[in-house]
Each structure stands twice: as C-alpha cells, then as structure tokens.
Design a protein. Structure first.
Length: 299
C-alpha cells in the first residue's frame, strides 16, 4: 500500500499504475480519468477491496518467500524518479541486489489466473507488462521478475526482458500524455462517458462530418441494426420458452434447471403527476433537479 508521502508524490507525475491508463490500456480507467486526477479535478476514488487489501498485506511475505526460494537478495527502496524526465516516477516493490533487475509482487485468483501464461516466461497481463516497462525507464533496470501468488497456494515466477524499441515507444506516449496535463489539453475521449464529461453542454452550431466521422456514423447505424435484429431473436426465443412454461415457475432438462419465471411481489411507486396536481407545494419541496445532460440521436 502506498504511503501518504508516496500518494502526494504521484500527483507530480506518472507512476507505474498510471502508465497503462495513460496509454489507454486499462480496463478500469480511461486517460481522461487520469488527466482529471492529475490536474486536480475531484474524481471518484475506488474504495480498497478485500482483494486489494490482502495484496498489500501479503506483499512483503510473498517477496521474502520468493527471495528465499530463488536465493536472490531483494531491497525495498523509496520512490524512484527518472533522471532526465522527472514526471516519470515509480514505487517499485523491490530491487534485486547485484543484478540489473527488479521485482513486482502480485496476487491473483479465480479466472484471472488464466491471464498469466507459463511460469518463467514473459506471458504476463498487458497492464502489468506496461507497468514494469515504466519501471525499467525510471530505474534503468532492464530485467523485471514477477512473484505471483495464485489462488493463495501457488507461487509462480515470470521474467520480462525489456526491449529498447518498446521501451522508447511507451516513454514517448507517456510524455505526450503528460504534456496534455501540463498544457491543460485533455486527451481524446475513449468512451461516450468521456465525451459527455468533456462537452456537457451543446451550442447552436453545425459541423460538417469528416471522412472518419462519416465512416463512424455508417458503422454505428449498422451496429444498431444488428442489435435490433438480435433483440428480435431474443424476444422470439423468450416468448417460446415462456409460452411452453405457462404457469410453471421452473424449466428443467435432464435434472438441470434451465430457467425460472417466478412471480415477484407487487411494487409501489408515487404517482408524481397526481401529486403535483393535488399538492403542488409538497411536490415542489421534494423535487430534485439534476444536472443538464446532452441527448445523442442518430438520424
């Protein structure tokens, strides 16, 4: 777990966990999320999960056990910073004494284990691969080991030998992202939610579509038509199943349950229109006005 000092330092640059986000390779955050965080715009912070908590608690235990098994001497260090690109910093788990190498400690379980390949290879999830390339740039150490505890009972080792060409590309893309932060020029949206955050209010302006945007419009129409066809197929199949079940609440085959269709308790709701008509002051008192939003319609 990062200390308060380390968390404050992260505001001055990009850390290892920031690198895949800045490159648009995170499954959880977009570059715009990271950009907003770095320029000081309040963002929702994910609460520490049990998995994250145990990962932090077990880090020193796993690191020490890995060192014992491999015979390598490991060293915990303070925040590292690139010698010529100070916005690149890293809180590495361990450095390895006497080697041009470092160590990252991870825990994984369930289906996530399948994201890791054969032991003692460089077949690691892309997110973590970018992370150690970032650390290679910051520390100058070109070899990175992973000590991975799988399902709480299997300790695996992976090793990544960084390549000069890929390292240079990652550093350059991080430099471009940090330039966005310094110039307050947000990165390109990667989701409809990103676009809505950047452009929350419309103005009475018409823009001519570029060739790229026109292709996107055509593609979106095709996708929506495909969804409509799939929705019709889903409705047809569901109707067939429900008609066959009739009043039955469970459908089985060879002893296995295929589907259930059970009655739910009646729901209750307030008739807002009637309330506004009969008690307008009361309705107004408890009416909450949300923020304005834009509605996208494809013609």
């Amino acid at each position: 777990m990062l200390t308060r000092k380390q968390l404050d330092e992260r505001k001055s640059g990009l850390g290892g966990s920031d690198a895949p986000v800045a490159l648009g390779l995170s499954k959880w955050r977009t570059p715009l999320d990271l950009y907003m965080e770095k320029i000081g715009v309040p963002v929702a912070v994910n609460q520490e999960t049990e998995r994250m908590r145990w990962g932090s608690v077990l880090e020193p235990v796993i690191a020490d056990e890995w060192a014992s098994r491999t015979g390598k001497r490991i060293l915990a260090v303070d925040t590292q910073r690139h010698p010529t690109l100070p916005f690149l910093l890293g809180n590495v788990d361990r450095l390895i004494e006497g080697e041009d190498a470092g160590l990252e400690v991870k825990t994984t379980s369930g289906s996530a284990v399948s994201e890791w390949g054969e032991e003692w290879t460089d077949q690691v999830p892309l997110y973590y691969l970018v992370q150690v390339y970032h650390y290679a740039a910051v520390t100058g150490r070109r070899t990175w080991y992973f000590a991975v505890l799988c399902n709480g009972s299997e300790l695996r080792t992976y090793v990544v030998q960084t390549r000069d060409d890929l390292l240079a590309e990652i550093v350059e893309r991080e430099r471009v992202f940090w330039e966005c932060v310094q110039t307050r020029r947000p990165p390109r949206p990667q989701s409809p939610e990103d676009a809505a955050r950047l452009f929350p209010v419309s103005r009475s302006i018409t823009v001519e579509a570029s060739t790229e945007v026109l292709a996107a419009v055509v593609h979106l129409r095709e996708c929506r038509e495909a969804i409509t066809d799939i929705a019709a197929d889903i409705a047809g199949a569901e109707t067939t199943i429900k008609a066959y079940m009739g009043e039955a609440d469970t459908l089985t085959f060879a002893g296995s349950t295929l589907a259930t269709w059970r009655s739910a308790k009646p729901t209750q709701r307030i008739d807002l229109d009637a309330l506004r008509l009969r008690a307008p002051k009361t309705a107004a008192r408890y009416t909450i006005t949300g923020e304005a939003s834009r509605r996208f319609l494809l013609k």
